[in-house]
Design a protein around this ligand. Structure first.
Ligand SMILES: [Zn+2]
Length: 401
């Protein structure tokens, strides 16, 4: 088990000692570690994952099931290494990396079945090579894998924080709190456009424009779930809305589909039963965000939560629907097409705050040339942002005249 939690902390210890000598600890930036090369190797029945780095990193490794993954958390890294074409070898089927949260970079390896980590090694520089971090992976039986997983969970339970849910703020001067949620981010790029643009980039740019427009009205208090290229789990996004006792939660996305002729915006609200197959499929793919980023969902009891949500949620849902129906005509006026049925519903996990009216806006299809052009241009983004803000203004006039 020690293999799963070995920490190298020489750099950290030095920082803590030195920090006291300065007025501000923030003045000392932790040295950024460069990753110059990433590769896979196969030796007999072992698959080796190697990263060449400029320093020895602190790290944490754990396993996840459904689907099987290995997750490695490291300090924030500077990826000098280019994209490798060879991301499949032995038991490893694919891997990705990116920022997971501030100060933490994450590597997620998708593996073909239950695995065990035979060893984790950091080699000091030698014969012209920099530091080498590697793990050796081997296929194992389901029982051994489950045992490792259970032990990890026990450790986690001992340290886990409970999700924050704050009471609503006192209602002296009534301000509306609006959470703007830029979909995806960091290690999770979201959909990829015709030209190679990432959904996570578009969603952030539009979310920032919505924020700036809303901020002009002093009735609004605007909160962004993320304001940079960081990953946030779906649960964390929901928690931001609940913690702020938000009056509205707007999640911004831009889908991609195998049909390049499909285009237009669609607004979604939460429902147990999807309005159609396409909506169900989309919710499934948006809900995958946590899987892509290697978030451990095993300790989250969705059944109990589901029942509580149902009871509290009916009224909230009505408000969500009201808001959704106000957005689509505004988007239609902005120059972006809207789909035939432009308001649909499905089981999006990010819309599950029981007490916050929430909508998910798919601004358009990155797989369609015209839509992508609008979504990438500053002008198109501004018009879409303005459309959503006009809908917000109308919504609050209706629910709270
Ligand atoms: Zn998305």
């Amino acid at each position: 088990m020690d293999m799963f939690n070995r920490f190298f902390r020489p750099a950290l210890t030095v920082c803590l000692v030195t920090a006291g000598l300065f007025l501000s600890a923030a003045a000392i930036a932790a040295p950024v570690i460069d990753v110059s090369s990433v590769r896979l190797g196969q030796h007999d029945n072992r698959t080796r994952f190697v990263m060449e780095m400029s320093a020895a990193p602190e790290f944490d490794i754990f396993l996840l099931a459904d689907p099987y993954r290995i997750v490695i958390d490291l300090p924030e890294l500077n990826w000098v290494a280019g994209e490798s074409d060879n991301r499949k070898k032995g038991i490893v089927e694919n891997y990705r990396w990116g920022l997971f949260k501030k100060d933490t970079s994450r590597v997620v390896l998708d593996v073909g079945g239950p695995v065990k980590i035979l060893r984790t090694v950091v080699l000091p520089p030698s014969s012209g090579k920099p530091y080498r971090f590697f793990i050796d992976i081997q296929e194992t039986d389901f029982g051994t894998f489950r045992k490792e997983l259970a032990e990890r969970r026990k450790e986690q339970a001992a340290t886990q924080k409970i999700a924050l849910v704050a009471p609503p703020p006192p209602a002296e001067s009534r301000k509306y709190t609006i959470v703007v949620d830029a979909g995806h981010g960091g290690i999770d790029p979201g959909a990829i456009g015709k030209s190679g643009v990432y959904e996570k980039k578009i969603t952030l740019e539009v979310a920032q424009k919505i924020r700036d427009l809303l901020a002009r009205n002093d009735k609004y208090n605007v909160i962004m779930t993320r304001d940079d290229d960081t990953f946030l789990s779906l649960r964390e996004r929901v928690a931001v809305g609940r913690h702020a006792a938000a009056d509205l939660f707007i999640s911004i996305h831009a889908d991609s589909i195998s049909r390049p002729d499909f285009r237009g915006a669609t607004v979604y609200t939460l429902s147990e039963n999807a309005s159609d197959d396409e909506a169900a499929e989309l919710a499934k793919s948006e809900n995958k965000s946590d899987l892509i980023a290697g978030v451990d969902l095993s300790s989250q009891d969705d059944t109990v939560q589901g029942i509580l949500i149902d009871l509290a949620q009916r009224e909230t849902m009505n408000f969500s629907v009201k808001f959704a129906e106000m957005i689509t005509p505004e988007i239609a006026k902005s120059g972006m097409k809207t789909r035939g049925r432009s308001h649909r519903f499905a089981g999006f996990r990010v819309l599950k705050a029981p007490d916050v009216p929430s909508v998910l806006v798919e601004l358009g299809y990155l797989s369609n040339r015209e839509d992508e052009k609008i979504l990438k241009s500053a002008k198109g983004q501004q018009r879409l942002a303005q459309a959503i803000v006009t809908a917000v203004d109308k919504y609050f006039k209706t629910v709270d005249p």
